[in-house]
Design a protein around this ligand. Sequence first.
Ligand SMILES: *Cc1c(COP(=O)(O)O)cnc(C)c1O
Length: 247
Amino acid sequence: MTERHELPDPARRDELAENLAKVEERIAAACAAAGRKREEVTLVVVTKTYPASDVRLLYELGVRNVAENRDQDAAPKAAACADLDLQWHFVGQLQTNKVRSVLGYSDVVQSVDRMKLVTALSSAAVRAGREVGCLIQVALDAETGARGERGGVAPGGTEELATAIEGSAGLRFDGLMTVAPLVGPYAGRQRAAFDRLMEISADLRVGHPAANMVSAGMSTDLEEAVAAGATHVRVGTAVLGVRPRLG
Ligand SMILES: *Cc1c(COP(=O)(O)O)cnc(C)c1O
């Protein structure tokens, strides 16, 4: 992992503390505006492309949930932070040949989007002797066929996947995740997108009442997600800074 920031640790710590405080303020304000309790929303900091030293600083600053989207990057980072009491979320498109490695450090996989992945996750979880939380990633743009390239299952496919996860050894069905679509009818309409996700979640919870996690909202649209009812926001840039490359 290359160090992409040049600040020594104390300065980087101050920078992260300041960014974290701003994000915390935004979440608190969004909760207040929506009449929600602050404890209803969990901040998951997306540390992709940033080094393990940043994860360590974030931990010192009180962060307990972190997310990664590429196993090659995440596996060594998680290993370097194995002494910290962190929840690791996997939020990237996941190939079945990476499942075993990802389950070596992930507590929750937020990007479950196909049957083959459910099968692979289940056998890897059983082999590892552990239970893994699963969120189904919903591609809201797939509803109209304008499918993006960021993974996810069409809303119509969620019930089948939920049932499969629930019936799979080693897996726990926790809820839904989405990334606001860049194309299609929801492009630029984050609030409408997140409202739609909440609707799908409410429908699913009729048959799966425990699956009450809703992961939505990132650096630019966390307010819309909190307003819609998200339980988890995934924030990268606003805490760690602009990533030098797409990650
Ligand atoms: C990178 C990423 C985020 C965080 O995005 P920011 O805009 O940096 O806050 C959230 N969710 C997923 C799935 C991501 O890949």
